[in-house]
Ligand binder design. Structure first.
Ligand code: 2U9
Length: 355
């Protein structure tokens, strides 16, 4: 018997008794016998040293050996698949269950509501205007009819920048309207969303910063009726889905205006809507009045138009302002202002579906 056929017989004996318990052992077998540096390749390479008269016979022997190894490899593979499947079947884990879902983050409730407000006013042709959070005294106060001695300018209420007493953190986004009026003649139709700052002690009902959306519309023949219809549209879009009255087919969310005072507007009003929880019947949210306040508004004061070289004889306008936290509170029943700034994931997670 030649050297080569002896080697083949020895390998065959070893291969016959080869067992594999797992996928790794099957792979080890493949590398050892069928890999690029494996035994089959080595034996085939040795064929070149075989005397010519034996080459044919040895070649046939080697081919048969290669087929034998490949069959063994396939047998090992199917055996491990069977044992792995039966192992999985016998385990108490149900591999067919869906995996745990991953928390991918969510929009902040204030962002969700701000974006809703923006898209409602977009439908009416209002563009978004933005401005700096660090403002100068003129844009935040003087230009807006808040003279030198106005209480809102008090150090107690406003954060002034220590390096320069003319600079402060804006107390309302009205300063953005002021910047637009400075640069643009009517028609002006904008909303100004943004963060504003007030020097308040932090509690459930007050925070040192909050968020506003203010609006301004100036053109020829703008009337209080336009103001009412614009805000009425906003309320139906924003709160229509919450109104118990609407779901019972009892009509729309009601609005009412109460006279008020703001330095920028004359006449001024505050707007209430019928309570979104009890539909006006009386509950704890509306303190049994049936109404909840949502915003302030009015016709732009003629002095303001003059301040910005807009002719008050030719143009009129309306303005309004709302707190985003207040709208959020009514939409989601969030009653502690501190929750918005704490970044507690247990709170934020609840808004995941709204991404
Ligand atoms: C210009 C002209 C008019 C802005 C207005 C209100 C009424 C208002 C507050 C309500 C609660 C904001 O969140 S809040 O603190 N705002 O009631 N704001 S009219 O009027 C302007 C502003 C700028 C040039």
């Amino acid at each position: 018997m030649s050297m080569l056929s002896q080697q083949i017989e020895t390998h065959k004996t070893a291969i016959q008794s080869y067992t594999a318990n797992d996928v790794a052992a099957v792979e080890q077998f493949r590398i050892a016998y069928l890999g690029t540096k494996g035994i089959v390749k080595q034996l085939l390479a040795s064929l070149k040293d075989i005397p010519a008269e034996q080459k044919k016979e040895m070649g046939q022997l080697l081919n048969a050996f290669k087929q034998f190894v490949e069959e063994k490899y396939e047998a090992l593979q199917s055996a491990t698949i069977k044992t792995t499947t039966s192992k999985i079947k016998n385990e108490s884990i149900d591999w067919t269950l869906p995996g745990d879902s991953m928390y991918v983050g969510s929009s902040h409730p204030l962002s969700i509501i701000r974006n809703q407000i923006i898209s409602i006013f977009n439908k009416l042709g209002f563009a978004v205007a933005e401005g700096p959070e660090i403002e100068d005294d003129w844009h935040n106060f003087t230009a807006l009819n808040l003279p030198e001695n106005h209480p809102a300018r008090d150090m107690q209420d406003t954060f002034y920048i220590s390096q320069n007493p003319d600079w402060l953190l804006r107390t309302h986004t009205s300063s953005v309207q002021a910047r637009v009026m400075e640069q643009q003649q009517p028609p002006i139709r904008i909303i100004c969303p943004g963060r504003v700052y007030r020097n308040e002690t932090i509690s459930a009902r007050a925070h040192c910063f909050f968020h506003q959306v203010e609006g301004l519309y100036i053109d020829e023949n703008v009337s209080f009726a336009d103001l009412k219809q614009t805000l009425y549209f906003f309320v139906q879009e924003m709160f229509g889905d919450l109104s118990p009255a609407l779901s019972k087919g009892e009509g729309e969310v009601k609005v009412r205006f109460r006279p008020s005072y703001f330095p920028f507007t004359e006449p001024s009003a505050e707007m209430d809507i019928s309570c979104t929880v009890c539909s006006g019947k009386g509950c704890s949210l509306c303190k049994h009045t049936g109404w909840v306040e949502i915003l302030g508004c009015g016709m732009v004061h003629p002095n303001m138009l003059s301040n910005f070289n807009i002719d008050p004889e030719k143009y009129t306008g309306f303005a309004f302002g709302m707190g985003v936290e207040r709208i959020c509170q009514l939409k989601y029943q969030i009653n502690d202002l501190r929750l918005y700034a704490q970044n507690d994931v247990r709170f934020l997670k609840q808004f995941t579906s709204a991404i």
